[in-house]
Ligand binder design. Sequence first.
Ligand SMILES: [Mg+2]
Length: 214
Amino acid sequence: MKIFLDFDDTLFNTAAFIGVSRSLFVDFGVSEEMYKDAWQKVREWRGLESLSYDFEAHMKELHKKKDFDDKESRKKVEDFYRERTREYVFPDVEGFLQKMRDRGNALYLISFKTGDFQDKKIAASGLAKYFDALATGPEEKGEVLRQFFGENEEVNGCFVDDRLHQIESVKRTFPKIITIHMQRREGRYHDESNESCDYVVSDLEEAENILMER
Ligand SMILES: [Mg+2]
């Protein structure tokens, strides 16, 4: 089977990671409020409903509000990303991925992004080695998945994501795919599940039990 997994809030504790990222700037005189407001400004200015994180744009906006040492703060952020990103991978992830691989499934990481920050985060997470392929981009995931199925291929797959609109997109494109709506306690988004979600789980152990029975 082909198993497609989302990154943020599915494999990665993005809320906790953002919380710490925010606190890194306090030493430079940037309050957490200021940090949040600056990012909010970027979002409004871009006018996109969903936008993945753009570090450069965020820093530019932050510098308008407050004069702080750009070089020093960048170094601090880069050190944090490099040394500590792995700590934010949920504890059930590596065991799950290894087991799924051992059972002969092909694994694909399908992540939404609009800048190159997401690629850096994924690389620093140390998870890339478990996947047959990684796909990151701004497209709806139903479209993204097309490249992984041949023209006449029987669709035997499972898609796991915390965002309902992505599940809907995949279900619309591949009605036969098994969809699992990930709703972790620590997740940032808690959309109500609907008929596009074949299953709803709160961790990967539950997802594993579902896949075992198939
Ligand atoms: Mg997600």
